[in-house]
Design a protein around this ligand. Structure first.
Ligand SMILES: Cc1ncc(COP(=O)(O)O)c(C=O)c1O
Length: 443
């Protein structure tokens, strides 16, 4: 402690934060794993006292909306991603909505317009596709590849029409799509590319981070994801112009560029003495609206938690990769019954989870296996929506469909995933492998 006496407020803050750490240790610190008694989660929050202390610190500041912590989080995340611009939002779904809405902006020379087509895989997370529909664009559904469950680049040419303007897809469970083939198609046809990297923080293709190939990319910070803010997400891009529009879409549609910690007179210092083109007299540019926007901002306590998570992100990624490798090796013996995932030679996935597909020839169905695993406390999840077109919400949606989507149907029928998240260690992975073995011993 410095020789200068702490103010009463500061010493109270320090004692609260010390107690928060003590509380973490008492209530939240890791509990031992007991096979068959402790649930083996498919994903979950991984945190220590630091997250709780930074959140508590933000609560004591009582800024509440996005403020100083959000600004720090934005910068630190940008540094990690190698992205010039980061626009934090309140979920990955919001990030996708902001990304697509940004590309529809009248401020762009070539905006997406109603009826323009966006190519997407039918086997998608719902809110990767929904913003296309919500912006009155037309999704063109293509199939996925067996093994990596990503958009099948072989179908792109067949999906192309004079109205095609963009490709949007998620790198499935962190496994990169074939960026060589996709980028060739996107460049040759002068299309926008939006990469949903919600499940792929830290994944690379040929050494380059996913999310840096397209015009815009998105992240989710829901607790299942690589880092968490509780709820949260981000749009990122190398383009300051797209980022400015994305911020306006996020912030009610307003054109303001003042940032979070703006003084009363704005960063410009002349907020109340500026002339804004087309508006009467001197006009406060914080109330100047250039987009049909939303309010999709996050809050400062969330961002504070994100800062602590970013300190751990490299370790998280390393553990996800380690867990994936270990589980993959352990499950290889069951390939007679299960398709194990595959990945491209240039892919370096930062895995979200381990996707598995029950073979059509297997003497059991997916639900037999997942029910057994769940009964033995190994959590499973379907591979999101399977074939979106088979979901009731998508009936009657204006779209084009390329081919019969056999792989999307196979995903709907036979795919599920289990965890590789950093909260799992070797004893949990061994227990998972043993539980798969116990089920398959019956056949
Ligand atoms: C690929 C993908 N995109 C988007 C989302 C939506 O993110 P959020 O739950 O933060 O809205 C998810 C959520 O898990 C996802 O997996």
């Amino acid at each position: 402690m410095s020789k200068v006496a702490l103010s009463k407020a500061e010493s109270l803050r320090q004692s609260i934060l010390a107690q928060v750490a003590e509380y973490y240790q008492e209530v939240h610190a890791d509990r031992p794993f007991i096979p068959g008694k402790t649930r083996v989660q498919y994903a979950g929050r991984v945190y220590n006292a630091k997250e709780m202390q930074l959140m508590a610190d933000a609560v004591l500041d009582f800024w509440l909306t996005a403020g100083p912590y959000a600004e720090k989080f934005e910068k630190k995340l940008g540094g990690f991603l190698g992205a010039r611009e980061v626009v934090p939002v309140n979920s990955g779904s919001s990030a996708n909505l902001v990304a697509i809405t940004t590309l529809c902006s009248k401020q762009l020379r070539h905006p997406l317009r109603p009826g323009d087509e966006v190519i997407v895989p039918a086997a998608s997370f719902p809110t990767t596709v929904n913003p296309i529909i919500q912006n009155r664009l037309t999704p063109v559904f293509v199939d996925s590849c067996m093994g990596d469950y990503n958009l099948d680049p072989a179908q792109l040419q067949a999906a192309l029409s004079p109205r095609t303007r963009a490709v949007m897809f998620a790198h499935t469970l962190g496994n990169p799509g074939d960026m060589e083939a996709i980028m060739t198609f996107v460049r040759e046809n002068k299309l926008y590319l939006i990469e949903d990297t919600c499940d792929a923080l830290g994944s690379r293709w040929d050494g380059k981070r996913l999310g840096t190939f397209g015009d815009l990319a998105t992240l989710s910070f829901y607790p299942a994801h690589h880092i968490t803010l509780g709820e949260g997400g981000a749009v990122y891009t190398r383009s300051p112009r797209l980022a400015k529009i994305a911020r306006a879409v996020r912030d009610w549609g307003r054109d303001c560029w003042c940032g979070y910690e703006n003084p009363t007179d704005g960063k410009c210092g002349i907020r109340h003495q500026r002339e804004v083109p087309g508006m009467p007299g001197f006009y406060d540019h914080r109330y100047f609206y250039t987009e049909i926007g939303y309010n999709l901002k996050l809050t400062d306590p969330q961002a504070a938690m994100g800062l602590a998570q970013l300190d751990k992100v490299e370790e998280f990624i390393a553990r996800r990769k380690r867990n994936f490798r270990y589980l993959y090796e352990g499950l290889k013996q069951f390939e007679e019954f299960l398709h194990l995932p595959s990945w491209h030679a240039k892919a370096d996935p930062s895995w979200f989870a381990m996707p598995l597909v029950v073979r059509d020839e297997a003497p059991f169905q997916r639900h037999h296996m997942t029910r057994f695993l769940e009964e033995h406390l190994v959590e499973t999840r379907p591979l999101f929506a399977g074939n979106l077109l088979k979901q009731p919400g998508y009936q009657g949606v204006e779209c084009r469909v390329i081919g019969d989507l056999p792989i999307a149907d196979k995903i709907l029928r036979g795919a599920f995933f289990v965890g590789v998240y950093p909260g799992l260690d070797i004893p949990q992975l061994d227990y998972m492998i043993e539980t798969f073995g116990n089920f398959l011993a019956n056949f």
